[in-house]
Design a protein around this ligand. Structure first.
Ligand SMILES: Cc1cc2nc3c(=O)[nH]c(=O)nc-3n(C[C@H](O)[C@H](O)[C@H](O)COP(=O)(O)O)c2cc1C
Length: 157
């Protein structure tokens, strides 16, 4: 069982979040690959049990590079059905597009037929950090990784 994290990051904030998400996945003894969108290929998507997308907030939306990756994933439309999904985002400020960005990423995963778990506590849709993630944001990222990994295991059993 393995999980893929694809993220975009120009100034490093989303990358720091991605590393914390990966830590959370690994803590559940699930293999995780962390790939920056520039080096990512949709070709590997079918190999994974879970896919987590991370993006900086650009005008309240995911970056163009992440959108390009999502659009290229149409090659495997119908083949990712039932896999686990998750998303996170880094913004410049608070209440400035973080949640809309996470939801846009989740919408794409849902269109693929993927399974997305919300959270009843904080970060209902997925973690958002304003600027560089502090300890609390990193904890939320780890929590996301853990939940995706746990759901992957649950679905496999
Ligand atoms: C083109 C562009 C558009 C942006 N739009 C927003 C925005 O709508 N809302 C916001 O909070 N931050 C916005 N930002 C700030 C980034 O989301 C923020 O700096 C983020 O932490 C960058 O992530 P990174 O370090 O992973 O590149 C924008 C930045 C750029 C370059």
């Amino acid at each position: 069982m393995k999980v893929l994290i694809v993220y975009d990051s120009k100034t490093g904030n989303t990358e720091k979040m991605a590393r914390a998400v990966a830590e959370g996945v690994s803590s559940e003894n699930i293999d995780v690959d962390l790939i920056k969108v520039d080096e990512a290929s949709v070709e590997v998507l079918p190999e994974y049990d879970g896919v987590i997308l991370g993006s900086p907030v650009y005008y309240g939306q995911p970056s163009a590079k992440i959108k390009e990756f999502i659009d290229a994933s149409v090659k495997f439309h119908g083949k990712l059905d039932g896999k686990v999904g998750g998303a996170f985002a880094s913004s410049g400020g608070t209440h400035s597009g973080g949640e809309t960005t996470v939801l846009a990423l989740l919408e794409a995963l849902l269109v693929h037929g993927m399974i997305v778990q919300g959270t009843s506590g904080r970060n209902h849709y997925g973690p958002v950090s304003a600027g560089a993630p502090d300890d609390s944001s990193k904890e939320a990222c780890k929590h996301l990784g853990k939940r995706v990994a746990k759901l992957v295991k649950k679905l496999a059993s």
